[in-house]
Design a protein around this ligand. Structure first.
Ligand code: URA
Length: 241
């Protein structure tokens, strides 16, 4: 059971401020279990109580989890004065005041990005201690030899002296392109690019295709997003081997 103040729930779910939420309640526009409630401090159990605003059922969720197929050219930030951010791509129906990207993809990196308002959940995904692997496909400018794979798999040292945890690497190169799949569970600045640099290679395109066992939904075009299902949330914390 999770109890939350009525004004907090309305603000979180309806994209309004706490003050606006309190006004909605005070003016008699909110019913809980069929009765008008005038106290914003009323505690609500989202799994049991039915909340209506102006006669419309309000689907209450404590948090929201959005899967985005991040396109190239958009920055992973909550706001920026000049550049387009991933937040600018979220449709109104999914927007909440306290959303933020969970982890960071570089401006030219594409693929799976999660956006949420749940800080604890995000910490579990990004913290290396929780062992959630992120899978990337890197297009390389040079062939990937066995020696480089071994180095990446035993943990390379970046040019600034910082050490990386061992990665899991597969060579996916074919006759036309040099490509690798790399799984890491940290999120250092430009980490994948710098790891390949540390073994004398260069990444010229990077896509994140999975987090844990959750794969990017192939039906999402670049720039599109949708709310995640409970099943997908569970996959994030499953190891895909
Ligand atoms: N590593 C990088 O170098 N860039 C990203 O965007 C993500 C991981």
């Amino acid at each position: 059971m999770s109890l939350n103040r009525l004004d907090k729930l309305i603000a979180l779910n309806c994209n309004v401020s706490r003050k606006e939420a309190r006004e909605l309640v005070k003016s008699g526009q909110v019913k809980v279990n069929g009765k008008t409630v005038l106290r914003s401090e009323e505690l609500i159990d989202t799994s049991l109580d039915r909340v209506e605003i102006n006669g419309h059922d309000f689907i209450s969720k404590d948090h929201i989890y959005i899967m985005m197929n991040k396109p190239a050219g958009v920055i992973t930030a909550t706001k920026d004065e000049h550049k387009q951010t991933v937040m600018d791509l979220i449709p109104g129906a999914l927007t909440r005041r306290s959303l933020f990207p969970c982890g960071r993809l570089d401006r030219n990196t594409t693929g799976l990005l999660i956006i949420t308002d749940d800080g604890e959940f995000c910490h579990r995904i990004v913290s290396p201690n929780h062992h959630v692997y992120k899978t990337y496909i890197a297009r390389l400018t040079r062939p990937l030899d066995e020696k480089s794979i071994k180095q990446l798999e035993s943990g390379v040292t970046l040019t600034d002296g910082s050490e990386c945890l061992p990665a899991k690497v597969k060579n996916l190169s074919d006759d036309y392109t040099y490509k690798a799949q790399i799984k890491i569970r940290e999120g250092k600045y430009h980490q994948v690019k710098r790891m390949f640099l540390a073994v004398g290679n260069h990444v010229d395109a990077l896509e994140r295709i999975a987090i844990g066992s959750l794969k990017l939904d192939g039906a999402l075009a670049p720039g599109e997003c949708r709310e995640m299902t409970d099943e997908e949330l569970g996959l994030l914390f499953e190891d895909d081997g």
